[in-house]
Design a binder for this molecule. Structure first.
Ligand code: ATP
Ligand code: MG
Length: 476
């Protein structure tokens, strides 16, 4: 059963329940009201009757009493079944609605000292409610008058009224229910529409179309779900692109050094046969060595990422002099920088306190950042390594500044994501796999530090990180 049908049925059921509840309460209230009204009018009739009888008794007019008894039956047939009067001398005057039953009702007309109400069944099994009133004039008993009202007639009147009311209520209920069902179905349609769109888009994404988007313009929860869905689809698309980019980088990173090793090995083997000069042999071996180093670095990066993911990347912290560490790495890179006609300088303050960190991992941070700076800075550029103590005295802040192309603002955070590489204007990816900065960020994080990059596009980039200062008590 579709969501729309379910919703419509559910809402219709609720509407039905509400209508039934309201109808029932209208019914009960109206029934009570009707009963009260009819009983009230009955009492008024009886009051008028006793009043007229009293007037006749005052003037001692028995004929008028008889007329009154007769006229109340005539006027209120079939509501009143009989009426009567018994004089102090036991003379009975009676009038009945149903001819032939006088004797039955006559038996009811006897002297009474107090007003009373009594219920009984007529010979026709009709429920009768009898009112009787003794008449006193100036304290003297002047007879008793009685009137028997038909209770069955009263009930049938109520029934008639209730049936008419019931019909009305039923009409209104059916109309409201119909309106409710139509409205519920329309609401369900509009609620279901975005859900359907989401299901369709999810289906498309599931079958590989990552460009699939939903357009839900409402400002409610469904609207925000649609927005989140689109963001998720966008993220998936980016991840998919990253994956493609990684696959191509990996194959390139593996293939090019392997091709170099393969080619230069062949070259060397052939050269041995033809007494190749020693310098050429040395040059070839150096290229092979470089290619092996590149392969090893690449594989180490991949392994580091795997360790980080598995949470088994361990630190061996000691007290490190950051100036000396920077000096060591800068001098390692110095000849390479000179070859590439770039300058590299160490601006780390000499009087920095030692840091509490894993020396191998800190070297990895600085090497990766200087490696990137060298890679992206054109000839004639300058790379500076620096560090200072942070104001709180708890961390040192290190930086590697270059005069390369810089990084666009929208990529400043993303460069630390796995496999992310900024494409240049011609949409070409740089060499490498986009793992270096991810490793840097993870190492800094393991040391409870922060890492970020600031860049003036076209003028250069400065990568900054913080590492904790070594405290004496930490050695204990
Ligand atoms: N100093 C820099 N100047 C300009 N862009 C940079 C700089 N450092 C990093 N980037 C950008 O950030 C991206 C990610 O750097 P990262 O070091 O993670 O990867 P990579 O250098 O491309 O590859 P890998 O380090 O895995 O060999 C780079 O591809 C480059 O686009
Ligand atoms: Mg790198």
């Amino acid at each position: 059963m579709s969501l729309r049908t379910k919703f419509t049925i559910y809402i219709s059921f609720l509407i039905l329940l509400v209508i039934l509840g309201i109808s029932f309460s209208i019914f009960i209230t109206q029934r009570r009201l009707l009963l009260k009204q009819l009983e009230g009018s009955r009492q008024n009739i009886y009051k008028d009757f006793t009043y007229t009888c009293k007037e006749a008794l005052v003037v001692n007019d028995e004929i008028q009493i008889l007329n009154t008894i007769r006229s109340i039956i005539k006027t209120h047939n079939p509501a009143i079944v009989y009426s009567g009067y018994i004089s102090p001398a036991q003379i009975i005057l009676i009038s009945t609605r149903d001819e032939g039953h006088e004797d039955h009702f006559r038996a009811h007309i006897y002297r009474e000292e107090k007003p009373s109400v009594r219920d009984f069944l007529s010979p026709k099994n009709e429920k009768i409610r009898e009112f009787s009133t003794p008449m006193f004039i100036s304290g003297e008993y002047r007879g008793t008058i009685k009137a028997g009202f038909s209770q069955s007639f009263l009930e049938s009147e109520i029934k008639k009224g209730v049936v008419t009311l019931g019909k009305r209520v039923l009409e209104v209920a059916i109309l409201s229910l119909l309106g409710g069902v139509i409205l519920a179905s329309i609401i369900a349609y509009y609620l279901n529409k975005p859900i359907k769109a989401l299901a369709k888009a999810a289906n498309e994404i599931g079958s590989g179309n990552l460009d699939s988007k939903v357009s839900i313009r409402t400002k409610d929860e469904l609207g925000s779900l649609g927005k989140t869905f689109n963001e998720m689809a966008q993220k998936l698309k980016e991840l998919d692109e990253l994956k493609d980019s990684f696959v191509s980088s990996v194959s390139h990173e593996l293939r090019s050094p392997l091709a170099a090793i393969d080619g230069y090995c062949d070259f060397l083997i052939e050269g041995f046969n033809r007494n190749m000069p020693r310098e050429k042999q040395e040059k070839s071996l150096k290229i092979i060595k470089d290619a092996t180093v590149r392969l090893t670095n690449f594989i180490n990066n991949i392994l580091d990422i795997a360790k980080i993911k598995a949470g088994s990347f361990e630190l061996r912290r000691t007290s490190i002099n950051f100036y000396e560490l920077a000096e060591e790495i800068v001098s390692l890179f110095d000849s390479l920088a000179q070859q590439q006609k770039k300058k590299i300088v160490n601006q780390v303050e000499k009087i920095l306190p030692n840091i509490n960190a894993d020396p191998e991992r800190v070297k990895q941070i600085v090497t990766n950042l200087i490696g990137n700076a060298l890679k992206f800075t054109p000839e004639g550029g300058e790379i500076a390594v620096g560090a200072k103590l942070e104001e709180n005295g708890q961390f040192i802040q290190g930086w590697i500044k270059d005069t390369g192309p810089g990084i666009p603002a929208d990529s400043l955070d993303k460069v630390f994501d796995r496999f992310y590489q900024v494409k240049d204007g011609g949409m070409k990816k740089p060499k490498g796999t986009g793992l270096g900065l991810t490793i840097v960020a993870e190492i800094v994080k393991l040391h409870n530090g922060k890492v970020w990059v600031e860049s003036d596009l076209g003028k250069g980039a400065t990568f900054k990180f913080t590492l904790p200062v070594y405290k004496k008590e930490e050695s204990a």
